[in-house]
Design a protein around this ligand. Sequence first.
Ligand SMILES: Cc1cc2nc3c(=O)[nH]c(=O)nc-3n(C[C@H](O)[C@H](O)[C@H](O)COP(=O)(O)OP(=O)(O)OC[C@H]3O[C@@H](n4cnc5c(N)ncnc54)[C@H](O)[C@@H]3O)c2cc1C
Length: 515
Amino acid sequence: MIKRDGALPSLWQQTVNPLEVNNAAPTHLYDVIIVGAGITGISLAHRLQNTGLQCLVLEAHNCCFGTTGGTTAHLNTLLDTPYTTIIKNFGEEHAKLVAQSVKEAIHNIERNIEQYQIDCGFEKTPAYLFAQNDDQQKELQDIVEACEKVSVPVHYTNTIPVNIPFTKAIEIPSQAKFSPVKYVYELAKAFINAGGRIIEQTAVTNHTQRTDEVTNEAIIEVQTATNLTYIAKALVYATHIPPGVNVLHLRCAPYRSYAMAVKLAQDNYLAELCYDMYDPYHYYRTQVIDGEPYFIAGGEDHKTGHESNTEACFNQLQAHIRKYFNVESITHKWSSQYYEPADGLPYIGSLPGAGDNIFVATGYGGNGMVYSQVATILLAELIITGASAYKELFDPNRVKPIAGFANFIKENADVVKNLVSGLISREQLESLSELAHGEGKVVVYDKHKIALYKDQEGKLYVLNPTCTHLKCSVSWNAAELSWDCPCHGARYSIDGEVLNGPANMDLKRIDLQEE
Ligand SMILES: Cc1cc2nc3c(=O)[nH]c(=O)nc-3n(C[C@H](O)[C@H](O)[C@H](O)COP(=O)(O)OP(=O)(O)OC[C@H]3O[C@@H](n4cnc5c(N)ncnc54)[C@H](O)[C@@H]3O)c2cc1C
């Protein structure tokens, strides 16, 4: 089983064996270095390598460690940001371009699957969106009108594939689903076979730019946590959110979403994709893996670090599933992270504040399976030719002030004082905190905050809760056993190791004085 950025195993993690990568890549000049081996990084690396460019992928953990390992992998042209909103914010012509880009995205995945004969359960299928009250019905009507304007085919229907009461529903043909990690691993193998390199367990910590003295070309030096430096002509942060401090952290809000895979008592697994219209909404589908069908449902989203009882989110999701489906057993439950963009569209293109030839793809919301492919098409064009029909639309440097978003993203920074290690004895701390086995919390000791977790065997993990990104105080996520930052979504393991950017330094460990 491969690893993921949470303690709970997703349905997909067991579907592949670890990649066979040669971690000793040469440090010569690459055409492109891609940071991050999720669906974005691997798809882009594969495409560029096949155009003849020499590519290196640097991954902090393992391929699909990030949200690609925790997704639910619906492939949609009907997006989470309704076309009504996209038309309002970007105009009808640009909204048409968005619709065209995501259609092309699904086609891109389908083409790779055909070319490499990837056995990842890919199926084209209709999707259904259903309203359950008057407000939702009105919203649905607006969505239908907007879809007509941007040429996304939809039509009203009297039936939906789930047994949930509804007032109005639409069918969206030609959507798709697949097993994401299987797909990405096979594509990664095709990339390696084409001469590409992937180095796992290698976090990128920084990059610098210089001009080559001989060729006069701009060169990017990429520093890693393993103290090796790699050089390239272009650099792409396919890290879901760029590391370090960037204006994009003010334009993307981190969210957690919850998913469960279950076996149903009767063999009435839906073949299609389905969605209700609550905010947050529930999503439903089936995936057959090794001949076994799994019903997958998700929802209960909230801003990262803003829910004190993350286990309760699973309880609510489970109650919802049991209300409408005849559940025999729950085989998997997991949560994962996505980034909601300020104006409804992702940021794909030049990294703001960085020089030429440094790129980023972020702010996908809940549509990263398709937007990762848009990023692949767009960034490959930018790197190879400098131009793309999608360049302006998804430009990360666009300024689109959206009313309310500044407040939406603003957090109380709650900057915490640094605790000098070793001042507090283990005995004193244990008596102060009274933690149950398996419990984590932030406690205050002598005006200093301390993050404590006691594992099931009684071992105490003691950390400084100051997020190393911008010094907010982290919160305990009991479901995934992680420390999550409510400001920009950085996450850390019980040891303080970075699980999710934008932080690129671990939480400080506190050594206790032994008696
Ligand atoms: C529960 C859930 C369900 C979802 N369902 C859907 C869906 O049905 N359809 C859909 O379209 N989208 C869905 N999404 C969104 C989609 O899954 C994501 O947008 C997508 O997986 C992001 O892929 P990525 O490759 O950009 O990022 P990731 O998969 O997160 O990969 C980024 C990689 O970068 C690595 N990395 C980070 N920092 C560094 C560094 N400094 N150095 C080296 N490596 C680094 C990470 O370890 C990670 O492996 C869902 C999201 C969630 C949370």
